[in-house]
Design a protein around this ligand. Structure first.
Ligand code: NOJ
Length: 704
């Protein structure tokens, strides 16, 4: 198809309509159908509110979507995109994205998004506003649930997985993915949603842009701006970022959509005097499609007439949108067919992901796994909650699919009962129930996570603490299951638990995943994708912070010349990458192929291998996430204490060992300097390999 011909035949009005997105719900279905008879709208968002993740939506049927597509095709021959926030599942819910990162299993994540894509197509969705790639270091921020965590490399891997999962491996894009929110949204000050951030060029390049770069390298079809401003410029009109960096440097060739009403919002923060000016600034900066606020739709014709926007700029944006539609094969086949998918397979992968994302934080004297014949007392409403465990952005998911934590336990261990903490008047707590072990399930509502749902303190609530106290009184071993959408601070109660599992908001199959882990049918293998602080006041605390001259790096050093705080330890409660197993892994020595290598060779693409043998010396066959970190010891800029460079999740049978090899080259050894240039410098590099970011097993490599 010659898209230039298509564009040449379009009127200016039609072109502007193509740059516009409208909302489409059951209520405005007929109105929109009528609109399409004359207008050449670019896309619809299947949502009726700006924070669609936490608002109920009565969905349209696939047949209705095909009907509306037909009107567009018959009147203009240009197919519509139907976008929706499909963040971590559509019908069967996967764990929240932060938990998906905890699985450290991008392959499984990619497969799950292939399944999610099947459910989407079956419901008339061909564009998903995911993956969300905002690196985040602040658990107060509600949207942390959607993000890949605090590490740029993990972010890169998750970006690749979700983009490939949605878009597929063929040349033809299956469901268009949308890398969002470009960029730095996770820096919202104080965790207050939509607030500003300050990001230096050095930090932007080395941390925040990287996941987006990966999405672009993997062919992401669309990008969405973030609401925030960085360094005084709102991202929605930041030409440097949207055009020079995203298109110019990264080579993005899809189109950019504004976030909901973000263009119009320029009139609120004193950047544009009116919506026309806002539209002009954003189109010029590189926003191709306007989400719902009609700033383009209502104003751009006038802007062209007044000579403020050129037809060329309009045509370029239209071309980018049509090119994506062409790559999706929509001109030939704009309609949706029934997709026969296996619900059972979707449940299975949801369970696998939930299982692999659960992190075992504590297991004194091998409290876990439990014996199925024991008497088990389960406490805490969260154990019976079908909604909260699905997490934010899951309102399309079928709540009847949720296997609660209680049901997951009860279906495996008959002698399980639920205790709600209210003791009959004539009895004491101790003799109320006769039990061998207590499982206390605490968590947070999905309603205090997600968009516009931040919290000021991440400490556990009084209710949580009361429940734990109650559980303690039974004088039996206490197992904690924490089901939250973000890291929470629980240092004050950690000694109350004999074993502790962090289960996140783990999706439809959380109950089965917990059940398998508790009774040893699965071995925990999740690792923290983000640092867990001891208390709110430590935020931000993250493992890849740059070194200080005074050496007050409390994350890594126990004894400091100047403690970071008088009122708490300097170290986190749990470090990045941490997670226990039921088995033990013995890491051998690191073998280096070559420990001195010339800078020229590295620049020319030479790589070297490091390998390590890991032995499973415990009683369970299990998966381990082998993590490789690098510390750049001497550089022209202050470098992070450590950076995750590579990881591999491997299954090691009990009594067996496995060798894991990591290949190091230019990609692992360089960094972006403050001019935004990727450089590799001479000097020593420590390469650590181990089971979390505190690994102390290392070799030194010299680049001469
Ligand atoms: C606003 C959110 O920031 C964005 O992530 C989402 O895709 C849009 N609303 C559409 O619902």
């Amino acid at each position: 198809m010659n898209l230039t011909d298509v564009i040449n035949k379009m009127s200016l009005r039609n072109k502007i309509e193509q740059l516009s997105q409208f909302r489409l719900t059951r209520d405005d279905f007929e109105e929109m159908k009528d609109k399409l008879k004359n207008e050449c709208i670019g896309s619809f968002i299947l949502a009726d509110s700006a924070t669609a993740g936490n608002a109920e939506l009565k969905p349209l049927t696939r047949e209705q979507i095909n009907e509306i597509q037909k009107v567009a095709m018959e009147n203009h021959g240009i197919p519509l995109l139907f976008g929706h926030d499909v963040i971590h599942g559509h019908k069967i819910c996967m764990p929240i994205p932060l938990a998906l990162s905890a699985s450290f299993n991008p392959e499984l994540v990619e497969n799950s998004y292939k399944y999610i894509a099947e459910e989407c197509r079956n419901d008339g969705i061909n564009w998903s506003f995911a993956p969300m790639l905002d690196l985040c270091r602040d658990p107060r921020w509600g949207r942390i649930i959607e993000c890949p965590g605090e590490d740029p490399y993990l972010g890169e891997k998750m970006a690749e997985a979700v983009v490939k999962g949605f878009q597929g491996d063929d040349d033809k894009i299956n469901i268009a993915a949308c890398a969002k929110h470009f960029v730095g949204y996770g820096t919202a000050e104080g965790g207050r949603d939509y607030h500003r951030g300050e990001i230096s060029e050095y930090t932007l390049r080395n941390y925040y842009l990287r996941a987006f770069d990966s999405a672009v390298k993997n062919g992401v079809a669309t990008v969405m701006n973030s609401f925030n401003e960085i360094n005084g410029i709102p991202n929605v009109c930041n030409k440097h970022l949207l055009t020079d960096v995203l298109r110019g440097e990264m080579g993005f060739d899809g189109f950019v959509i504004s976030d909901w009403a973000a263009i119009e919002q320029l009139t609120n923060n004193g950047i544009a005097e009116d919506k026309q000016k806002a539209a002009e600034l954003c189109l010029d900066a590189g926003i191709d499609m306007d989400m719902v606020d009609c700033c383009y739709y209502d104003n751009l014709e006038k802007s062209v007439e007044e000579g403020k926007i050129s037809i060329k700029t309009i045509d370029e944006a239209v071309m980018r949108i049509l090119s994506v539609k062409e790559k999706m094969g929509l001109f030939e086949n704009p309609y949706f067919e029934t997709v026969e998918y296996s619900k059972e397979k979707h449940r299975q992968i949801s369970k696998e992901l939930a299982t692999e994302s659960i992190v075992l934080l504590k297991n004194n004297n091998n409290t876990l796994p439990l014996d199925k014949n024991q008497k088990i007392c389960v406490m805490g409403q969260m154990a019976n909650d079908k909604r909260a465990v699905l997490g934010s952005w899951s309102l399309d998911c079928d709540i009847n699919e949720t296997v609660t934590i209680y049901d997951g336990i009860k279906s495996r261990a008959e002698n399980t009962f639920y205790f709600d903490c209210s003791i009959p008047k004539d009895r004491t707590l101790e003799d109320t129930y006769d039990t061998d072990v207590v499982i206390v399930v605490i968590g947070e509502s999905d309603k205090i996570t997600g968009e516009a749902n931040s919290i000021a303190s991440i400490e556990l609530s009084d209710e949580h603490k009361h429940l734990i106290k109650c559980a303690k009184k039974l004088n039996k071993k206490v197992i904690g299951i924490l089901s939250f959408g973000r890291p929470r601070a629980f240092e004050s109660v950690i000694d109350d638990f004999d074993a502790l599992l962090y289960a996140w908001h783990g999706g439809s199959q959380i109950g089965n995943a917990i059940g398998d882990i508790l009774f040893g049918d699965s071995c925990p293998s999740g690792k923290l994708p983000i640092t867990f602080p001891r208390m709110t006041g430590q935020i931000p605390i993250y493992y890849n912070c740059t070194a200080t001259g005074k050496g007050v790096d409390g994350y890594y050093n126990k004894i400091l010349s100047h403690p970071n705080y008088w009122d708490t330890e300097s170290s986190p409660l749990f470090p990045f990458g941490f997670g226990l197993s039921y088995t033990q892994f013995e890491y051998g020595q690191i073998n280096v192929q070559q420990s001195v290598i010339s800078l020229e060779e590295i620049k020319e693409g030479k790589t070297f291998d490091l390998s390590i043998n890991i032995k499973n010396t415990g009683d369970f066959s299990a998966k381990e996430v082998v993590q490789c970190y690098i510390k750049d010891c001497l550089a022209s800029m202050v470098r992070p204490q450590r950076e995750l460079k590579l990881f591999e999740k491997v299954m090691i049978q009990k009594d067996k060992s496995q060798t894991v090899t990591f290949r190091i080259g230019a990609e692992q050894l360089g960094f972006y300097n403050s001019q935004g240039k990727y450089i590799i410098e001479k000097g020593d590099f420590r390469v650590y390999i181990g089971s979390d970011c505190l690994a102390n097993n290392y070799v030194t490599i010299s680049i001469k």
